[in-house]
Ligand binder design. Sequence first.
Ligand SMILES: [Zn+2]
Length: 480
Amino acid sequence: MGDYGKNQKNGGGQGRLVMVLSILLAAAMLIFFGINQSGKKETMEKEPGETEDTQKPLASREEDTQQEENDGRYEETVREADRLAASYDYDAAVALLQAMEGYETDTRLKEKVKEYEETKAACQPVNMEEITHVFYHTLVVDPERAFASQDTNPQAVGNNQWMTTVSEFEKITQEMYDRGYVIVSIHDLVRATKDENGKPVYEQGEILLPPGKKPYVLSQDDLCYYHSYDNYGYAARMVLDENGKPVCEYIQEDGTVLTGAYDVVPLLDAFLEEHPDASYRGAKGIIALTGYNGILGYRTDESYRNVDGDLNYDKKQWLARHPDFDIEKERAEAKKVADAMKADGWEFASHTWGHMKVGDASLNRLMTDTQKWRENVEPLVGGVDTIIFAHGQDLGDWGAYDESNPKYRYLREQGYSIFCNVDSNQYRTWYGTDYLRQGRRNLDGYRIYNNAVGLQDSVSDLFDAAEIIDPERPPVPPLR
Ligand SMILES: [Zn+2]
């Protein structure tokens, strides 16, 4: 059990590992092909109308092709180093350039290394107590479908209160970026070591950012595409595109299926592709998953096997519409998507299997629920050390968790060491001796609307709600 939490720490690290490996591969290729800058000058610009090297002997043409390939790799490696430096990983950027063949005599590369080192020297450690954590649910793709019939349909009201639209998410992300916000991994907040007895010790981590940049953690809850979301204008599931990158399937009202960026993951991926400096060393968000309806839109839960059992209406309906249901296929597909997300820097967390109220639940119920998560979700996303409580509940009051709290002790034994709730504070982080707690802020319809109309002032440090609110969002009623 001791290494369980450690495994997951690599969830976030895994993406970075993949990145580092590909960088090393690129460097190795450069060395292999014996690139040097002086060779570059031999590539000549062609005059207009000149035919494609036909006058040259074949061997010379092959050399030219080789040279072009080498130049391409040289430029690609420099671009990769720039990208690493843009995402504040100056050491990796420097190491990449220094590993290039001919570095010692290449003034351009040396200049770049100097520049990276100067930028790094200007970075400052951020205040680890002042890292805000924002979260979203599944995004609304079509506000008309999600918000229709506010007067008569309680679910439409729920959609309006708890959900953020695609356009709001995009505007918030842009606005936070413009204000200097940078996504960090929640694992960057802690430095986990062990004491002389091998017991884990958590201390504040160190995050170095240029002046004016502010770190934040991002999470998304319930990325399961519950049956109850059907026909309300949400994406239906996550799939991989032709490049193996996670995207969404969205089923239009007429039943036709679109594939593209219809939720947080692909939208943020695209944003970070354009703005590598919006993420600290490749960090993305934390995806908090329940298990009862499966994950990522795949019906992976054991309960779907039991067609005659006490399946709820949603599940029965779904199984009736999918007579070819094969749980192993669903699980394999879900795992493929989860693996691709992890390779891209996304991390996973438990949101409890049954979206349970951990504060109200008995220890027994918590244990049953946790085992279901371990059996049905963990094999697909890997072990996790983070639990994001549902319904904003918590195991205890804010402050140090009490070791005499049996639910806390149980979750610690199960490998959880990072605990998040919802408190809507600007920032609230608690460093325990061997665990971390963080409060989160919901950037949902309720908060956006109330800030936009001036009933609350709880997001102005992040964005101007009146500017970003979706014009198609109806007034959000007070919570009951
Ligand atoms: Zn939830």
